[in-house]
Write a protein that binds this ligand. Structure first.
Ligand code: 1PR
Length: 523
């Protein structure tokens, strides 16, 4: 029996699924005795150091956790479960950590996008049982803005490079903790978890020992989900957001089955978008929570869910905050949520008042779950102008001139799946959302969606240059060369595609094979 400490933030379902897929049953801690009597304790954490420690203190778990750790029984800390072991964190200067390891947790101070999101390698510094069966050149999934700095170098198990070399794993006796998420790291992560659950006596150093790991560019599969006219939940795909063909909603498969196929084919991440979520209450509209629960049983890469995430009052007058909606998705297996229409309305309000309210969906979810859990999905459309002075928006000079030879354009934000254009440009939206606490931008482009004509490089550069958070380039992928183009002509951290994957025109493995030796990917 494995005991798992869930303090209520983030996606513990994936950790439970990953462990149970290996055999053992998981017991979730519900009182102090569960911690004290545990034989093997797993503590996965995402989110915010202060809210984690506040919850642990409120539940009186801190003393029991310290006792457990001091007894040197097996412990696996993941992400915040690593950071919790330290004395303090820059994320919450007034909050004490567990203090088992002397040292502190520091914010990334680097010239690269923060959070550090994606698949990166590990540089192995010590032998360990948890490396059994690993070659050493595998990549693991990271998502964090802070990293640990132990005083004692001998505790360092692995390091990783991202703008600097930081500690990504520690080992002290039977206590192992990683900054990366094994439960989100595909086969390599499952192997590592297996080694923790059934340790052999032999400590291993893998064959391949890297000196400088590299973050991979991510290839992301996106599944637009909605009910068709017969009421079936289907993955659909639009041409410039029009998902109907001969009057019928295109049906390209079932969400869970397609997600499992993409996992097998090597996707680095999966995004589900409930594309009609803006109409009704997303938790009742279509069963996306069930889709997440089923998918997360067999798919061990990050899952993002979007569509309709906002405050909502249902037909009985019951009010739901966006935070409650997001919490339900995290409990069901999501790692990140994506906000589209609501982000536009929030940004408009912010620009009108100049004030952060703290109550918006972006701010609330970011505060509890961390910036890395909040993705902003932008649905822009090009609007051509003859001169930058013509509009009060961030305008770019474009190589792709308008129908009347216009040399400039701005990217108009839309809401409700492109149905309503707003007086806000995509660059400003991205900047405001970053300020409010978003951790990543999913940058679609209505003009390019479904055209197979390549990404809108100008749009991606304009947004990427305006923010410091990672950007997922989306819309228009038609062949492997388009992925090469987006990764070499822009600084985008990830490239998403839908149509070519659904229609099996270009499998994910073909994209990665093409990029081999040209662009760093997870092979
Ligand atoms: O506004 O918070 O309710 O979220 C709704 C979400 O649904 C948004 O993220 C929005 O992008 C998405 N959405 C709404 N309507 C559509 C539609 O297609 N009619 N899908 C839609 C947008 C864009 C990408 C697509 C890429 C790649 N989908 O998801 O996958 O363009 O496609 P391609 O590779 O085939 O070119 P809210």
């Amino acid at each position: 029996m494995i005991t798992l400490l869930d303090y209520g933030a983030g996606n513990v379902r994936s950790v439970i699924n990953a462990i149970e897929t290996l055999g053992p049953k998981v017991k979730v801690v519900s009182n102090i005795d569960d911690i004290l009597s545990a034989e093997k304790l797993v503590f996965p954490g995402v989110g915010n150091f202060e809210s984690m420690m506040r919850t642990l203190n409120k539940k009186n778990y801190v003393g029991a956790l310290k006792d457990y750790l001091l007894s040197n029984r097996p412990y696996l800390g993941i992400c915040l479960g690593l950071q919790a072991l330290f004395e303090e964190s820059e994320e919450a200067p007034d909050t004490k950590g567990l203090g088992l390891i002397t040292g502190h947790v520091k914010k990334f101070d680097i010239d690269l996008s923060v959070p550090h999101i994606g698949w990166n390698g590990i540089n192995i510094k010590n032998e360990s049982r948890i490396f059994n069966g690993l070659r050493g050149d595998e990549k693991f999934y990271f998502v964090h803005s802070f990293h640990v700095v132990p005083d004692d170098d001998s505790l360092v198990l692995t390091t990783t490079n991202y703008g600097l070399e930081f500690v990504s794993g520690i080992q002290k006796g039977n206590i192992t903790a990683t900054q990366f998420h094994p439960e989100k790291s595909g086969d390599a992560g499952i192997t590592l978890l297996k080694n923790f659950l059934e340790p052999s006596n032999e400590k291993k150093t893998p064959v391949y020992v890297s000196e400088e790991s590299r973050l991979a560019k991510r290839i992301v599969a996106c599944l637009d989900v909605r009910s068709n006219d017969q009421g079936d939940l289907v993955v659909t795909k639009g041409d410039q957001y029009d998902v109907r063909e001969n009057g019928e909603v295109r049906n390209l498969g079932k969400p869970v089955e397609l997600a499992e196929r993409y996992y097998e084919e090597g996707t680095d991440e999966i995004i589900f978008l409930n594309i009609t979520g803006f109409r009704n209450f997303p938790l009742e509209d279509i069963p996306m929570t069930e889709v997440l629960k089923q998918t997360s049983k067999n798919v061990f890469v990050p899952l993002t869910i979007g569509g309709g995430i906002r405050d909502y009052t249902d037909k009985n007058g019951r009010k739901y905050t966006a935070l409650e909606v997001a919490a339900e998705y995290f409990r069901s297996g999501a790692d990140k949520i994506s906000i589209g229409s609501d982000a536009v309305l929030i940004a408009e309000e912010y620009l009108r008042t100049g004030k952060k309210t703290g109550n918006s969906s972006i701010e609330q979810i970011s505060k509890v779950y961390g910036a890395q859990a909040v993705v902003i999905s932008i649905d822009p459309r090009r609007v051509y102008v003859t001169s930058p002075d013509e509009v009060n928006h961030q305008v770019i000079k474009t190589e792709e001139k308008g129908l009347n030879g216009e040399k400039y354009c701005w990217y108009q934000c839309t809401i409700k799946g492109g149905r309503e254009g707003r007086d806000l440009d995509a660059i400003t939206l991205a900047q405001v959302c970053e300020k409010l606490g978003a951790g990543e931008i999913l940058l679609n482009c209505i003009d390019k969606d479904g055209t197979n004509s390549g990404y809108d490089i100008e749009l991606i550069n304009a947004v990427k240059n305006a923010v410091t958070i990672p950007v997922i380039a989306s819309s228009g992928a038609g062949c492997v060369e388009h992925f090469y183009e987006v990764f070499t002509e822009t600084e985008a951290e990830a490239a998403l595609a839908a149509g070519i994957f659904h229609r099996k025109e270009v499998p994910i493995a073909t994209v990665k094979n093409y990029l081999r030796n040209k662009v760093e990917t997870r092979l």
